[in-house]
Ligand binder design. Structure first.
Ligand code: CUA
Length: 336
């Protein structure tokens, strides 16, 4: 008879299970989209608030359970009425009053930091279905339009003017600070003070429809000189296609009517419906964090946006041949 082997259930005693669970939870806090790995002033303040609250909760948990354990282990007759009265007065009234007051004072004390006025760039971000319209308002009154990516200089506070076109979205870069809702017809203002250069990930934090989870963006914090150079390059018109294939792509882009929705500054494409593509090839991601920016990624997107982002307003261009799509992809990828 064949020996029957049966998988034994993995049983971990209480503390090990707790440690494993904590490890799994903390592992999710690593990286460039973590409120606990701050890249700026605001995230650091919020991170401290989290740890203070957590420490308070741990002390309370052990205190309450310790008392509960102690009380249930003793016979009722062993309790003196005097101690019981003091327990209610100290543990039930004095302790929560002092603790909650201290936490309230601490919580209120950090609010002025989080509401500090900006001394850096002013950036208008509009939530669209499902992407981000980004407009830098420059001091000379001009606007630099881009999409799905935000670049910020380190060491100054940038001001965000947040609104939305159709539904409520929420703007959130966990590594840089708290979130702020974006409402149609109303401009919410918030400032962020990034400190550590790096590429962080932002994510829409309010359910806004079927592709809500695919509504992300990159937030790159740069040294101030690098930021100024980037903004100047971003303000410039698009480069001319560098290859024959890209030039064919540029012609197809116009003849297929892409310019009705997208702008490529310096060309007849001046649409405002979809993302500005003037420098799309220099971005870190395509379609609000959905794809990379290789030529293949552009081709995948153009051929069938709905396959990558359900409900996307952009139609599929699957009537084009593979060669034509590759040409458009080569053109877009070259728009640096
Ligand atoms: Cu936009 Cu969720």
């Amino acid at each position: 008879m064949p020996r029957e082997t049966r998988a034994r259930p993995i049983f971990l005693p209480g503390p090990s299970r707790l440690a494993l669970l904590s490890f799994l939870l903390l592992a999710a806090c690593e990286g460039r989209q973590s409120a606990l790995v701050p890249g700026g002033e605001d995230a650091r303040i919020l991170g401290d608030l989290f740890w203070v609250m957590l420490a308070g909760a741990v002390v309370l948990w052990f205190g309450m359970n310790g008392l509960f354990y102690w009380a249930t282990r003793r016979s009722p007759a062993a309790h003196s009425q005097r101690i019981a009265n003091w327990l209610v007065i100290l543990g039930g009234i004095a302790f929560p009053t002092v603790t909650l007051s201290a936490l309230l004072v601490y919580g209120l004390s950090i609010m002025p930091d989080l509401r500090a006025t900006g001394d850096g760039p002013v950036i208008r971000v509009t939530g669209e279905q499902w992407w981000w319209r980004v407009e830098y308002q420059r001091e000379d009154g001009s606007t630099v339009t881009t999409a799905n990516e935000i670049r910020l200089p380190a060491g100054v506070r940038s001001t965000f003017l947040l609104d939305s076109k159709e539904v409520i979205h929420s703007f959130w870069v966990p590594s840089l600070g708290g979130k702020m809702d974006m409402f149609p017809g109303r401009v919410n203002e918030m400032t962020l003070g990034p400190e550590r250069p790096g590429i962080y990930r932002g994510q829409c934090a309010e359910f806004c429809g079927e592709s809500h989870a695919w509504m992300a963006f990159e937030a790159e914090v740069m040294e101030p000189e690098a930021f100024e150079a980037w903004l100047a390059a971003e303000a410039a018109p698009a480069v001319t296609p560098a290859s024959a294939e890209a030039a064919r792509g540029a012609a197809l882009f116009l003849s297929q009517g892409c310019g009705a929705c997208h702008a490529v500054r310096g060309t007849p494409a001046v649409g405002r419906v979809g993302p500005d593509l003037t420098h799309v090839g220099s971005r870190h991601s395509l379609a609000a964090g959905r794809l990379g920016t290789s030529t293949e990624d552009f081709a995948k997107w153009v051929a069938n946006p709905g396959a990558w982002k359900p409900g996307a307003e952009m139609p599929a261009y699957d009537h084009l041949t593979g060669e034509q799509i590759d040409a458009i992809a080569a053109y877009l990828e070259g728009l640096e």
